[in-house]
Structures are given as structure tokens and as C-alpha cells.
Write a protein that binds this ligand. Structure first.
Ligand code: PLP
Length: 386
């Protein structure tokens, strides 16, 4: 059997977890306060400060953050929300869960972000908002998007699942619109296992999201079992069970302290890949725009399928055979059967998203990668594409 590039399988998106996280989780367990509590409050405040945001509310996923943002934005049944065709399904599901209608827009083939030039054509009297997705950590064209939102009086929700460190013209992503939604899923730049955060410009919006995330119970209901004495709560609306646990926040607090260090580590890997792959039959991720800061969440070369004569799926199999875990971000939304059935979308509707979706491969970019891991990924990808 031919030799593989790596002896043991390299898991895609393996997290970087230090002893500080482990000790903090143990501390939560020993104290017996596992659910929402002081560590969640501390993580919210640390994240708010990091993002230079008005308010921050921790939840149990970015999906929950997006859903609650829809509700707090006042999105009503039948309202239309514009969203890029190249995103994770949950961006769109959050719209549907709010009984609103997703309206897809194609992406720019270079940035892979929503193409603002195509947004205006999709605006109708029912359009109430835009969810932009800072794909792979690259900032969307926020000047153009904010201009459209102001002109048509639309709510702006930023899906920042990939974009914790991302900035646009010196301003942090998530703070441009009404809501910024973040993911701390295990493959993300800051992790809590599962977890998410909403940053909100208005205090009243943040307060509503906090209430909605815990059954619709009145403010600070999580304190009802604390040593300050039992506090009655009131249910003020029909909410959800979307709250973050202290065990999750225990991880997040220490992850956030290493956010810069890990960003630098990923940037270094990114640059090594760019250098190593520049002569391979693939299109490298385009350089970040000069007045932005890239989050370096996903490294997504596009396979030149005409030059290689190989499909992207063949490359996925070949990389897996080399013991390198890979990802696909994404098969465009409109090609999934549920959305086709529900909204009548078809192949051919969003050609740029499809072009990317046919060619994209995500290579490991975790700060947990060793020098040897990075060398092995380079060796494997070079072998597979040569
Ligand atoms: C662009 C995007 N939006 C939303 C999500 C949902 O995040 P979560 O898993 O925290 O709900 C993801 C997760 O991968 C994502 O990549």
C-alpha cells in the first residue's frame, strides 16, 4: 500500500484547548454551578469589550443568536430577509424559524461574500432586513451594505460565525448593524464546544434577547437560585431554551484571552499554504482588502477542475486517504432538497455560489496544528493535485 502523508488522521478543525480552560471547567463542576451564572456574565462582558460593542448576550449557538435577532428585530411572518446563497444552512433556517421568507442573493466570486450590486434588485415592499455573512473571516463590503440598509430602512444582522477577529475600516464586525451573531462551535476561532453570542447596538434589544433566551423569564432570572436569596421571576413572553452554561463560558473566557495569539498562528499557517500552493492547479483565497482585517477562519482553495481533470469530491477522497481531514464550505443553500422544494430554487439560479460550491475545499487551519501537521497538509495537498 502506498505511504500516506500522515500516520494518524488529522481531524479538521481540532480545537486548541489549554490547561486554563480545563481548570476553569473543573472549578465550575466543583462549585456545582454548571448552568447560566457568573462565568457567563464574565464571558459576555469580556466579549463585549473585545468587540467594542454596546451589549453582548451569550446563547447556546450562533443559530440561536440569529433566530433571536430575527425576533428582536421585529421580523414578522411573511417579511423578506435577504441572505447570500453561499452560507451555512442555519443562517437561512433562522429566517424560516422566524416565519419570514429567505431571499437569496449570489456572492462575489472573488470575496465569496454577498454581492451588494445584486441586493437592490431583490428588494421589494416586503423586504425587512439583510443578513450578511463575513465568509471565511473576510469582511463584507460594509459601506455598500450599510448604504442599502439606510436607504431602504432595513434591519442589518451580521452573521459573524467566521468573523470574531474581522474588522472593516478599523471597525469590528458585528457592530455595523442592529445585531452581530457569533459562533463558538468547536471548529470556530473561539470555542465553547457549542455556544454563541449576540452583540446588539441597543440596550433594549439586548434585554429582549436575554429574556427570550431563557424561556421569556424576566431579567436576571438565572440569579433566582443564587445566595442573594430566592427571586421570583415572571414569564413576560414565550421564549426559548437558548441560554449558555457556565461550563461553556469557562472555556470561552480563556479562549478569548488567546484570541490574538491564535489569530497570529492561523495567519502564519495561511501564509505558508499560500506560498506552498501557488503553483498548484487551484485558485488560492484572494488577499484581504487593504483596509480590512481578515479573521482567517477557513482556508478555502478552489480546485481548478479543468486543469486537474479531477472533481472536488475526488480531491476530498484523496485528502482523506492521505489522513488529512477536510471540509466543504459550502454546497450552496439553493441546491439542498428542502429549500428547492419549499422555495422553488434550482440549479443555475446563483452561478457564482455554484461555481465555488463545485470547487471549494477547506484545509485544516486550527491553531492546534503543529509544524509537522502543517507540513503534512502541504505534502498531501501537493501530492493530490500534482
Ligand atoms: C456562517 C455560519 N452561520 C451560522 C453558523 C451556526 O453556528 P452554530 O453551530 O454555533 O449554531 C455556522 C456554523 O458553522 C456558520 O458557519
Amino acid at each position: 500500500m502506498p505511504t500516506r502523508s500522515k500516520d494518524r488522521f488529522l481531524v479538521f478543525g481540532a480545537p486548541d484547548i489549554g490547561t486554563a480552560e480545563i481548570e476553569e471547567v473543573v472549578d465550575s463542576i466543583q462549585r456545582g454551578w454548571l448552568g447560566t451564572g457568573p462565568k457567563v456574565a464574565a464571558f459576555e462582558e469580556a466579549f463585549r469589550q473585545y468587540k467594542e460593542a454596546g451589549h453582548a448576550v451569550a446563547v447556546n449557538s450562533c443559530t440561536a443568536a440569529l433566530h433571536l435577532s430575527m425576533i428582536a428585530a421585529g421580523i414578522a411572518p411573511g417579511d423578506e430577509i435577504i441572505v447570500p446563497a453561499m452560507t451555512f444552512c442555519s443562517t437561512v433556517n433562522a429566517i424560516i424559524h422566524a416565519n419570514a421568507v429567505p431571499v437569496l442573493v449570489d456572492v462575489d466570486p472573488t470575496t465569496m461574500n454577498i454581492d451588494p450590486n445584486q441586493v437592490a434588485a431583490k428588494i421589494t415592499s416586503k423586504t425587512k432586513g439583510i443578513i450578511c455573512v463575513h465568509f471565511a473571516g473576510r469582511a463584507c463590503d460594509m459601506d455598500a451594505i450599510c448604504k442599502i440598509c439606510n436607504r431602504y430602512d432595513l434591519k442589518l444582522i451580521e452573521d459573524c460565525a467566521h468573523a470574531i477577529e474581522t474588522e472593516y475600516k478599523g471597525r469590528k464586525t458585528g457592530t455595523f448593524g442592529d445585531f452581530g451573531c457569533f459562533s463558538f462551535y468547536v471548529t470556530k476561532n473561539v470555542i465553547t464546544g457549542e455556544g454563541g453570542m449576540v452583540v446588539a447596538a441597543k440596550e433594549s434589544d439586548a434585554a429582549r434577547i436575554k429574556t427570550l433566551a431563557l424561556h421569556g423569564m424576566s431579567k436576571d432570572a438565572w440569579k433566582r437560585f443564587a445566595d442573594e436569596g430566592y427571586k421570583h421571576y415572571q414569564v413576560v413572553e414565550c421564549g426559548f431554551k437558548y441560554n449558555m452554561m457556565d461550563i461553556q463560558a469557562a472555556i470561552g473566557i480563556h479562549q478569548l484571552k488567546r484570541v490574538e495569539k491564535n489569530w497570529i498562528a492561523r495567519k502564519k499557517i495561511w501564509n505558508r499554504y499560500n506560498e506552498a500552493f501557488k503553483h498548484l492547479p487551484c485558485i488560492l483565497p484572494s488577499d484581504p482588502a487593504s483596509d480590512t482585517r481578515h479573521g482567517y477562519h477557513l482556508y478555502t482553495p478552489l480546485i481548478d477542475i479543468d486543469k486537474t481533470g479531477r472533481s472536488r469530491d475526488w480531491v476530498l477522497d484523496a485528502m482523506t486517504h492521505e489522513n488529512i481531514g477536510v471540509g466543504v464550505h459550502y454546497i450552496p443553500v439553493h441546491l439542498h432538497p428542502f429549500y428547492q422544494k419549499e422555495y422553488g430554487w434550482e440549479k443555475g439560479d446563483f452561478p457564482h455560489a455554484e461555481w465555488i460550491g463545485d470547487r471549494t475545499v477547506s484545509l485544516p487551519l486550527s491553531p492546534a496544528l503543529t509544524e509537522q501537521d502543517v507540513n503534512d497538509v502541504i505534502a498531501a495537498f501537493t501530492k493530490v493535485l500534482t
